[in-house]
Every structure is written in structure tokens, then in C-alpha cells.
Unconditional design. Structure first.
Length: 190
């Protein structure tokens, strides 16, 4: 019986300790949510300010890219312009006409190479089937040199940058020639 009383006292003592620790933890829990709320609020404000700074920096970088994005292209284009200027500075005589033409051809090649380095490519049109996505038809002409519906002449070449069309070609589209010696009714109606 003494053992049972000792066990009862120990159980009561443990219960009191548990209730004391529970009341202490409840007191901590009451203050912890307030501290946790303050900590989370500070963390939220910090992240919001950081995101605002990131957004402003992204806008600034994007506007600078739009403003100065062509800088590298323009710098290399100036080399070609300098070559044209040097060609135009000299006097043109019948004895230097051939070298002048050769210089202009070389400068034009430099310009084409520059465009290719930046992803600009000519789209072939001559003899190709007319495609309204790539070509702008200025007129049509009767010819037997090209099949009907194909490009027979090009006034302005088409160019694309990477996979995007920069400018459509201005072309003349081949039409089937009308025969001049059809005889009979067709000759009279013309």
C-alpha cells in the first residue's frame, strides 16, 4: 500500500510538472505568435522591397537595351560607311573607273557580310513560286522564261533576320504568254 501511495504521489507530481510546463508553453505560445507575426511582416516587407528593386532594374536594363541595342551593329556599319566615303572622295576619271567599280563592289560585299554576321539574310526570289508571305506583287508579265505564278523580276530583294521576315520582295510575277497566232475567233476578238 505504501508503494501504491508512493506511485500516486509520483503520478501527482508528474501531472503537476506537466501542467506547469503546459502553462509555461502556453504563455510562450501566446507571445510567440506576436513575435512570429512581426518577423513574417518584416520578411515580407524586405522581399517586397527587393522585388521592387529587381523590377526597376529590369525596366532600366530593358530600356537601355532598346536604346543602345544597335550600338555594336552601328559601330561595325560605320566601317563600311567610311569605305564608301573614301571611294567618293576621289575624283572619277575614265582611267580609274575600273578600280572605282571594284572598290564599290568590295564595299558592297563588306556590307553583305556585316548583315550576315548580325543574322540578316537575303531571301532568294528569282524564279521562285510567288508566295504572298514573302513577295509583294507589283505587276505581272507574260513570259515563257518562267512558269506562270513564279517570280520573273525582282525590284527590291526580300530580307529576313534569323527566321523573321524584315521586308518582303517587290516582284513581277510571270504569266502565261498569250499566243499571237491562235487563228480564227481569238484573233478577231483582240
Amino acid at each position: 500500500m505504501a508503494d501504491e501511495q508512493d506511485r500516486g504521489r509520483e503520478e501527482n507530481s508528474e501531472r503537476e510538472n506537466e501542467s506547469n510546463s503546459e502553462s509555461t508553453s502556453l504563455e510562450n505560445e501566446v507571445t510567440d505568435p506576436i513575435e512570429e507575426l512581426a518577423r513574417l511582416k518584416n520578411e515580407y516587407l524586405y522581399l517586397r522591397a527587393e522585388f521592387d528593386n529587381f523590377r526597376k532594374q529590369s525596366i532600366r536594363e530593358r530600356s537601355e537595351l532598346l536604346k543602345y541595342g544597335a550600338e555594336r551593329f552601328a559601330r561595325e556599319l560605320l566601317e563600311v560607311v567610311d569605305n564608301f566615303d573614301r571611294a567618293l572622295e576621289g575624283e572619277l576619271h575614265s582611267d580609274n573607273l575600273e578600280s572605282f567599280k571594284k572598290g564599290i563592289d568590295l564595299t558592297a560585299q563588306d556590307l553583305r557580310k556585316l548583315l550576315e554576321r548580325f543574322g540578316v539574310q537575303e531571301v532568294p526570289t528569282q524564279g521562285e513560286a510567288f508566295d504572298p508571305n514573302l513577295h509583294e506583287a507589283l505587276s505581272s508579265e507574260e513570259t515563257s522564261e518562267y512558269p506562270p505564278g513564279h517570280v520573273s523580276r525582282t525590284f527590291k530583294k526580300a530580307y529576313k533576320i534569323h527566321d523573321k521576315l524584315l521586308r518582303p520582295a517587290q516582284v513581277v510575277v510571270a504569266a502565261e504568254p498569250k499566243s499571237s497566232s491562235t487563228g480564227g475567233e481569238n484573233s478577231d476578238s483582240e
